[in-house]
Write a protein that binds this ligand. Sequence first.
Ligand code: ADP
Length: 557
Amino acid sequence: MNKSDIEIAQEAKMKPISEIAEQLDLHVDEWEPHGHYKAKLSLDVLKRLDSKPSGKVVLVTAISPTPAGEGKSTVSVGLGQALNRIGKKTIIALREPSLGPSMGIKGGAAGGGYSQVIPMEDINLHFTGDLHAITSAHNALSALLDNHIHQGNELQIDTRRVVWKRVLDLNDRALRNVVVGLGGPVQGVPREDGFDITVASEIMAILCLSKDINDLKHRLSKMVVAYNYSKEPVTVADLGVQGALALLLKDAIKPNLVQTLENTPALIHGGPFANIAHGCNSVMATRMASKLGDYVVTEAGFGADLGAEKFFDIKTRAGDIEPAATVIVATARALKMHGGVAKNQLTEENVGALERGMANLEKHVETIRTFGVPFVVGINRFNSDSEQEIQFILDWCAERNIEVALSEVWAKGGAGGEELANKVVELVENGTNTFEPIYDVSLPIIEKIETIARKVYGASGIELSPKAKRQISEFDKAGWNNLPICMAKTQYSLSDDPSKLGRPEGFIISIREFRPSIGAGFIVALTGTVMTMPGLPKKPAALNMDVTEDGKAIGLF
Ligand code: ADP
C-alpha cells in the first residue's frame, strides 16, 4: 500500500536549516532560525544581491482543475528537485497553506508523495506565524476603525458602508455575517459586520505584491475601508494607521526558508486567494529565490486561465519578474473529466473521453502562447493512469509540435522529473521568449476584461450588470481605472459556469460587480458569488487528526 504524504514526510532525513542556509551562501546575519528546520530570511539579501543577474523563473500552471487538485505543487517541488539533480542550482518558491482548508478537506498544500516540502506538519499548521500576523494586522485595523466611529466619527464614516470585514484563519460559516457593537453606548456603535478567511484579506495580497517595507506601507495606506456619508472612499491613510499595520507585519514580510524531501531549498511565503486575489506566493520570495539560485520554480493557483494569467498580468508587473518558461501540468484524470467522465469513474481507462478532454489543454496551450513564454506540458502521472492514456497524451502533443514530458515526481521524487527538467532547461536556454502581459493597464476597465475573456477564456464577449456599469463610472471618478484586473471566476471551467467543462465556446462572461483592492493594486471583477469565508464539510478532515504523547501529528494528510 502507498504511504500517506505525512508518513513519507515524517521518514525524511531533514538537514538542519543552517546547512540549507550555507548551501545558499547566506551571510550569518541574513537568516534567523525558527527551530531546527525553518528560518526567516532578511530582506537585506535582496539589497546585497541587487546587481546580481536574476536566475530563471519557471512558472508551473495547469489545465482547468478537477475538485481534487491536479498536482501543481507536487510537480513544482519535484521539478525543483530534478533541476538540482541535473546540476542547476534551483530554489522553489511556493505559497503558504491556510489552516481553514486543512481542517476541512483532506489535502495539504506542501506537495505530495516523494515531492514535498518539509516539515510538512509545521508548514500546514502554524508555520512561522505569518498568517497570525496578517490576521492581527487586519483585525487591528477593524478595531481602530470601530474605535474611530465610537470616538466621534470625525471622518463621517457611514456605518452601513464599511467594507472592511474582520478575518480568521479558519473555515467558520457561522461568522460570515455578524453584528458588532451590541450592549449599549459604551460598547461601540452597532453595525453589521462579517468575517472572511485570512487568506482573502487584502493585506495578504499586499504582502505578496510588495517589494519591500516601504512599498508595503504605501500599499497599506491606500486600502479602502469604508465610504463616508458623501459616498467618498475612506482609506487607511485617512485613519493614519499604516505605520502600526506595517509594524505588525515586520517579520511576516520575511520569506520563510525550508527544504524539500531531497534537501532542495524552498521559500514558502504568502498565500492569497486565487479568485478575489492573484493566488501566487510573495514577490519578495520569488525575487529572493531568483537572486540566490540559477533557477526558481514557482506556481500560481488554479488553471492557466486564472493562475498564469494573473501571474503574467499582475505579479510580473508588481515585482519586475521575467518569466523564462512555463510548465502546464495536465493529468489523464482531469482530461477525462473534461471529456465527460464522472468523478467516481476517473480511475477506469477511457481514451475516448481523454481525446474529447484534450480540448481543455489545447486552450491553455494557446493562452500560454499568447503570452509568448516558452512552455512544456508536464503529465503528472497517477498510478491509475493506463499506458494507452499516457501514450495518447504524448502522441497528441507530438502531432502538434507541443513539447511534453512525463512527470513521475510524486512516485519517484526528483529522479522522476529529469526528463521534464531537461526540457525546461532547453526551453530556457534556446526557446523563443517574447513575453508580454496581454493588456495595457491604461486601457479602459471594460477593454481589459474583454481582452482577458476573449483571449484567455475563449469567450465571445462580456456583459456587465447595471451595478458593475455604475461602478465603472465611480472608479473612473476616483482615478482607479489604471490598474490591472483580477478576475474572480470559477476555476473549474474556462467560462463562468462551473458545469461547462472541456473547452466551451460561444459563451459570455457576466460581470456581476467590482471590488476595488486599491492597496493590492488591482480591481477585482466578480463573475458570480465568491465565498470568502468557506464552511466545513459534513465530515471534516479534523475528525481524523490527533497528536501522540511525544507531539507527533497524526492524520494531518
Ligand atoms: P495542486 O497544487 O494542483 O492543488 P497538489 O500538488 O497539492 O495539487 O496535490 C493535491 C493532492 O494530490 C496531494 O495530496 C498530492 O499528494 C496528490 N497528488 C498529486 N500528484 C499525484 C500523483 N501523481 N499521484 C497520486 N497523488 C497525487
